[in-house]
Design a protein around this ligand. Structure first.
Ligand SMILES: [Zn+2]
Length: 144
């Protein structure tokens, strides 16, 4: 582009970050055992950087999917690029499949997180899933 006279400035936003490991260093992670070691899973879609599987036990509705990055991160705050990649793949898949969805992820055990992944949950009228969240009344709030 410079040869054509265009002004070009290149910024490498992640140049000072460590390289993303291709192998997950923790063999106790169930998702990494699927991705790295071929543990059994019902794979719905594969990308070079992510995988979509059906949750064991079927999930909370028919069609519930988990989107996993191919690299292990502790949670969605660990590496925003990995988190964005998982959401990108979830969005592509939901667009391809059509319909209405919740996309959810969590950080920390109080937020029901174990291993990082994104949930794609298909929604239909009257499916009785408990969203949207509602703030508990004063009587229901836990005592701290
Ligand atoms: Zn893992």
């Amino acid at each position: 582009m410079r040869e054509t006279g265009a002004r070009v400035q290149i910024t490498h936003h992640h140049i000072n970050r460590p390289p993303v490991p291709h192998k997950h260093p923790r063999p106790d992670c169930p998702f990494c055992s699927i991705i790295d070691d071929g543990a059994p899973a019902t794979i719905v879609h594969e990308w070079h950087d992510a995988l979509a599987i059906k949750p064991r036990g079927g999930g909370c509705t028919d069609g519930h999917l988990l989107v996993l990055p191919r690299v292990h991160v502790a949670d969605f705050t660990t590496d925003p690029v990995v988190s964005a990649t998982v959401q990108l793949r979830a969005a592509e898949l939901a667009q391809e499949l059509g319909g209405q969805w919740n996309y959810l992820t969590s950080r920390g055990p109080d937020a029901t997180q174990t291993v990082f992944h994104g949930h794609l949950v298909p929604r239909t009228a009257g499916d009785t899933l408990a969203l949207p969240w509602t703030r508990p009344t004063r009587e229901q709030e836990p005592i701290r």
